[in-house]
Design a protein around this ligand. Structure first.
Ligand code: ZN
Length: 275
């Protein structure tokens, strides 16, 4: 499932191809994904210019002319295909933007957990998918103190709390485990027992793992985004995620990575160096 770095990579890849271009035609091939496509979406998009493409949490936001914003969420299995010429016809190619210069971008989503919406830019803050989101991890106003104030209001363990989009936006299962490892904090530590220094280390670790993943997504972009490219997933090295039974990268042969279940999701960590 794409997390913040993957979505950031998708947004940057889309920006490279689509920004400044005009939508010739949109193809909406189903009534819905996880949510219904907005009524009249294709006719509303026709002729609009793509001004800027960005991201909020795990949502790609395309700022269009007429003060409209097109939101795209990749869900569990969504990816973006880019191409030139005839629009793709695959059975999962549910939504396609065809540009006036012949470029196209297609949302392919076999499991259909993704969604697409179109709304007025001025209503963005009140949008049901965006309104309850916590700060972005890179928000300069988010410092250790504020992060701690948000954390201590939570009752349970730290790992599921990091994945709570209302607490901090964009973090999923992978980068929560990776950041806790970097910060040497055990995933089952209660949130309200963390010290300010630990919150500071955790926030730094979150930013570092996300930055590194975005950088490796960026190098994937340079290597792989051709006109027939695909956006959504890239190879990235993880220290603990998916490494159950492997030696801990810090403790070497003295400890190996454990997997535990928390709120139904796997957490990976080292019992020896994460406290
Ligand atoms: Zn260790």
């Amino acid at each position: 499932m794409p997390e913040l770095p993957e979505v950031e990579t998708v947004a940057r890849g889309l920006a490279k191809i689509l920004e400044g271009k005009t939508i010739e035609k949109a193809l909406v091939r189903r009534p819905d994904l996880r949510l219904p496509f907005p009524k009249g979406l294709a006719s509303k998009l026709k002729g609009l210019r793509v001004l800027h493409i960005g991201r909020r949490a795990k949502y790609v936001l395309m700022h269009l002319s007429n003060q409209l914003v097109l939101l795209v969420h990749l869900g569990m299995s969504g990816r973006i295909l880019l191409g030139q010429g005839a629009a793709p016809t695959g059975k999962h190619a549910h939504f396609v933007l065809l540009m006036q210069d012949g470029a196209w971008a297609c949302l392919e989503d076999p499991r259909r957990f993704g969604c697409v919406d179109l709304f007025d830019a001025e209503s963005q803050e009140q949008h049901p998918l965006l309104a309850g989101l916590g700060p972005e991890p890179f928000d300069p106003d988010l410092d250790a103190r504020l992060f701690m104030q948000r954390l201590i209001r939570k009752k349970g363990p730290i790992k599921p709390a990091l994945m709570d989009q209302a607490l901090i936006a964009g973090i999923g299962n992978i980068y929560a485990s990776e950041a806790l490892f970097r910060a040497k904090i055990a995933p089952n530590r209660p949130c309200n027992g963390l010290k300010e220094r630990e919150c500071e280390l955790l926030l730094q670790a979150l930013r570092k793992v996300l930055e590194e993943a975005i950088a490796s997504g960026g190098s994937t972009l340079r290597d792989h985004v051709r006109p027939d490219g695909e956006l959504g997933y890239f190879q990235h090295h993880f220290a603990v995620y998916g490494k159950e039974g492997h030696p801990c990268p810090r403790c070497k042969d003295k400890a190996s990575i454990l997997r535990i279940l928390q709120a139904g999701r796997s957490s990976f960590y080292c019992q020896r160096c994460q406290r």
